[in-house]
Design a binder for this molecule. Structure first.
Ligand code: GCW
Length: 674
C-alpha cells in the first residue's frame, strides 16, 4: 500500500532480504523481561518489550513471543535493569546492548534506559547492521530533552505549518486520540523525555482545574514512554484565574497561590516536569511589570516546585532593551548580570542565536557567559524562517554549527555543546529544547522531509557528537529506502539543503529580511514597523556604499560580548568567514572578497546559484523515484517545485532591491531573463 508518512521512521516493514531476516530472527526468538518483582510491573519496561515485539515482528515477518522466564533459554532478547558492573559506565537513562550466553541483553540503570536500548536495537535492524558482535553503550549527554509545542487552546499552532494541534482539548480528558500514543512512541524512539504541551505565549486556562485534567490525561499516555509533561505558564495567572489583584512575585499571597497551584498540579500529574516561561518579551507580562526581575520571577516558581521533582525553564528571548540599540545584545545584557542568582531548579533557556532562528546566526553570546547558571539550548525545529513546510531544509547542519562553535569561554575547545551538556561549567542540570514541527497532518510535519528535522533534533539532544550525515543516513534508511545508492543521494541532498536555502534567501550573513509578520518570502524593504528593530532595513543597513550591520567597535560593538578569540575570528572584515560577514560588517559593494569577486557580484552569484541548486535538488529527487514510495515521492516532488518557484521570488526580490543601492549591473553570467 502507498505510504502516507504517518508511520514516520518506525515503519517496520518486512525486510526485503530473506537471508538477513533469517540472521536477525536467530537472535530474536523471544523477548524476556528479566524476572524480578519490580521489573514485571514497570510500565516502561513493558513498553520496551512491546515495542521490540511489534518492530521485530514487522521487520522479520514472524511472531516474537514475550515470555516470562528464561532458564537456560538462548537465542532471544533479555531486558534488564541493573546496577551491576555492566551498567557502571551508564548514566540514569543510558543503555547497553551486549551478547551474553547467546542472548542479546539490553541493560539500563532505569527502565527508561532499557526502552531507549530497545529502540536502539530496532534501529540496528532497520538500518541493516549486524547483531553478531553487537556491543553498544550509550548515555544521553543532556538530562532534559524536550519538545516545546507552541500550541494554543483553540487548536492553532503558533508558527506551525503541519495542520492544527495534535491535542484535542475539547475531547480530553474523556476521549484519548490514539495518535497521542504514536506521538509518544516517536519521541521515545529518539530519547526525548519531556514535552511542553502549550505555547510559551501562554493562556492561563492551562492552569485551571478543567485543563489540568486534560493535561493529566495526556501525561497518562506519555508516562509508559518515559515522557513527562510540562506547561508554559502565563505569569499573571494569579490575577487572571486566581482572583488576586497582583502577580508580583514578591507578594506573599502570589507566592502562596503558586505553591498551591503547583501542589494541585502534582496531585493530578505526579511526574509533572515543570514550567516553561516567556516573560517580559513581545508583550507577554512578567515580573518587570512589578519592578521585579527575571530572578524574582523564576525563583518564585522554583520555590513552588521545591517539594517536587520539577524544574523552571525561564526563557532569555527578550528584546526590550533600547530599540535604537542592537537587538543582538538584548538577552545578554538582561541576563548576564544575574549569573549565579537563580534558584538551583532554574534553567535559563537560550535560543541558539542572538536574534531569532534565522537560517544562519552566530551562536548566542550568552553561551559561555553564564558559568553559574545552567543554560538550556532552544532550537527551532518548525521552519518559521526556513520556508515553513514547503522548503526542504535539513536542519542538523544548522544545529551542529551552533553546537560546535567555540565560545573560548575557558580557552580553545569551549564549544557551545560543552556549555549545554554541562561539562564546561559543571552545570547541575542540562537541557535541550526544540520547538516542534508536528501537527495534525497525516504525515505529522507537512513536508515529509521535515520528519528528518524532528528526528535529528531528538538524536542530537541525546548525543550532540553524532554527525549530520550519520543522522540523515539513519533517517533515510528507516523512512525512505535501504537502497544504498539512493540513500547516499538523498543524504547528500539533505546535507546541502540548508546552505542552498541560505544562498537564495540570506547569503553572506544577511538576516531578518523575510516577509514581515508572516516570516515567509522576501521583504527586505520593510521600513515602517512600530519598532525600529522590527524593520528589515535595520538589519541589512544597505546604502549607496554597501550593506551589512557593523557590530564591531565602530558600530554597535555587539562583538564585544564574545570572548577575545571570537572577536578576532569575526571582527576583521578582511578575514571574517563569509557566512558571517554581513552579521558583523558593513561592507562596500565594490569590496573584493576572498572568492575574487566583489561583494555585489558575490551576493548575486549566491542568489543565482542558490536557485540553480534547487533545480539540482529536483533532479536528484527525480532519480530516486524508482525506490521511494510513490505517495512520498510525489509529496516531496511537489514541494520542491514550489520551492524552486519561491527561490526565484526570493532571488529576484532581493537582487533587484539591493541593486537600487549598489547601482551595479547583475553580473554577466546571470543576466539573461528566464
Ligand atoms: O520567533 C518568534 C516568533 C514568535 C514566538 C517568539 C518566541 C512564540 O515569531 O511567534 O512566539 O519568537 O520565541 O517567543
Amino acid at each position: 500500500r502507498a505510504d502516507d508518512g504517518y508511520r514516520l521512521w518506525l515503519k517496520y516493514d518486512l525486510l526485503r532480504d530473506a537471508g538477513k531476516r533469517e540472521a536477525y530472527a536467530r537472535s530474536a526468538q523471544f523477548i524476556s523481561i528479566q524476572n524480578n518483582s519490580r521489573a514485571s510491573s514497570d510500565p516502561v519496561l513493558k513498553t520496551a518489550a512491546q515495542e521490540l515485539q511489534a518492530g521485530l515482528q514487522g521487520l522479520l515477518g514472524k511472531p516474537v513471543p514475550i515470555i516470562t522466564s528464561v532458564p537456560n533459554k538462548t537465542g532471544g532478547i533479555i531486558l534488564t535493569t541493573g546496577t551491576g558492573a555492566e551498567s557502571q559506565s551508564l548514566n540514569d537513562e543510558g543503555y547497553q546492548i551486549t551478547r551474553r550466553q547467546n542472548n542479546l541483553v539490553i541493560t539500563g540503570k532505569s527502565s527508561a534506559g532499557v526502552l531507549y536500548g530497545a529502540f536502539a536495537l530496532l534501529r540496528q535492524v532497520q538500518t541493516l547492521q549486524s547483531l553478531e558482535g553487537i556491543a553498544l553503550t550509550s548515555s544521553p549527554k543532556v538530562r532534559y530533552r524536550l519538545l516545546n509545542h507552541w500550541d494554543n487552546v483553540n487548536g492553532t499552532i503558533e508558527r506551525g505549518y503541519a495542520g492544527s494541534s495534535l491535542w484535542k482539548w475539547y475531547e480530553l480528558p474523556e476521549r484519548i486520540d490514539p495518535r497521542y500514543r504514536d506521538y509518544a512512541r516517536a519521541n521515545a524512539s529518539l530519547g526525548i523525555n519531556g514535552t511542553v504541551v502549550n505555547n510559551v505565549n501562554a493562556s492561563s486556562r492551562f492552569l485551571t482545574g478543567e485543563y489540568l485534567e486534560k493535561v493529566a490525561a495526556l501525561a497518562n499516555v506519555f508516562r509508559p514512554y518515559g515522557i513527562r509533561v510540562y506547561l508554559s505558564v502565563y505569569f499573571p495567572a494569579p490575577k487572571t484565574i486566581g482572583g488576586l489583584n497582583t502577580a508580583d512575585p514578591l507578594d506573599p499571597q502570589v507566592r502562596q497561590w503558586w505553591a498551591n497551584k503547583t501542589k494541585e498540579i502534582y496531585a493530578a500529574i505526579p511526574d509533572f516536569g515543570g514550567f516553561l516561561v516567556k516573560a517580559n518579551s513581545e508583550g507577554e507580562p512578567g515580573p518587570q511589570d512589578y519592578g521585579r526581575t527575571h530572578v524574582d520571577g523564576a525563583n518564585m516558581l522554583a520555590e513552588a516546585l521545591a517539594p517536587y521533582d520539577g524544574v523552571v525553564m525561564w526563557r532569555s528571548f527578550v528584546y526590550k532593551a533600547d530599540p535604537k540599540g542592537d537587538r543582538f545584545k538584548a538577552a545578554y545584557e538582561e541576563f548576564k548580570p544575574f549569573d549565579g542568582q537563580f534558584n538551583r531548579k532554574v534553567i535559563v533557556q537560550v535560543k541558539n542565536g542572538p536574534i531569532d532562528f534565522q537560517s544562519r546566526e552566530p551562536f548566542s553570546p550568552l553561551f559561555g557567559a553564564m558559568p553559574r547558571t545552567p543554560l538550556a539550548m532552544e532550537f527551532q525545529i518548525t521552519q518559521e524562517y526556513l520556508g515553513f513546510a514547503t522548503h526542504l531544509v535539513y536542519e542538523a547542519p544548522l544545529f551542529k554549527e551552533c553546537l560546535e562553535s567555540d565560545t573560548y569561554a575557558k580557552g580553545k575547545g569551549s564549544t557551545v555543546a560543552k556549555v549545554i551538556d554541562g561539562s564546561l561549567h559543571g552545570y547541575p542540570i542540562t537541557a535541550m529544547a526544540g520547538v516542534a514541527n508536528t501537527g495534525s497532518d497525516r504525515n505529522w510535519t507537512g513536508h515529509t522531509m521535515g520528519q528528518a528535522n524532528w528526528y535529528a533534533f531528538g538524536r542530537l539532544a541525546w548525543d550532540h557528537t553524532l554527525s549530520s550525515e550519520a543522522i540523515a543516513r539513519e533517517w533515510v534508511n528507516m523512512t525512505l529506502t535501504n537502497e544504498p545508492a539512493a540513500v547516499s543521494q538523498i543524504t547528500n541532498l539533505m546535507l546541502r539543503s540548508r546552505e542552498i536555502y541560505v544562498d537564495y534567501t540570506t547569503p553572506l550573513g544577511l538576516h531578518h529580511i523575510m516577509g514581515y509578520g508572516i516570516h515567509y518570502g522576501p521583504e527586505p524593504w520593510k521600513a515602517n514597523a512600530s519598532r525600529p528593530d522590527w524593520n528589515h532595513t535595520y538589519y541589512h543597513r544597505a546604502d549607496s556604499i554597501g550593506v551589512g550591520f557593523d557590530r564591531t567597535a565602530t558600530g554597535s560593538n555587539a562583538l564585544s560580548l564574545y570572548a577575545p578569540d571570537v572577536q578576532k575570528l569575526w571582527g576583521n572584515a578582511e578575514t571574517c568567514p563569509l557566512p558571517y560577514l554581513l552579521w558583523f560588517h558593513h561592507v562596500p559593494w565594490t569590496k573584493k572578497l576572498s572568492t575574487g569577486r566583489s561583494l555585489w557580484d558575490e551576493l548575486c552569484t549566491r542568489y543565482y546559484t542558490g536557485v540553480d541548486s534547487v533545480a539540482w535538488m529536483q533532479r536528484q529527487w527525480t532519480q530516486v523515484k524508482p525506490v521511494v514510495d510513490p505517495e512520498i515521492y510525489a509529496d516531496v516532488a511537489g514541494r520542491l517545485a514550489t520551492q524552486h518557484k519561491e527561490a526565484l521570488w526570493w532571488r529576484d526580490a532581493c537582487v533587484l532591491y539591493f541593486q537600487t543601492f549598489s547601482r551595479q549591473p547583475i553580473p554577466a553570467p546571470f543576466k539573461k531573463p528566464e
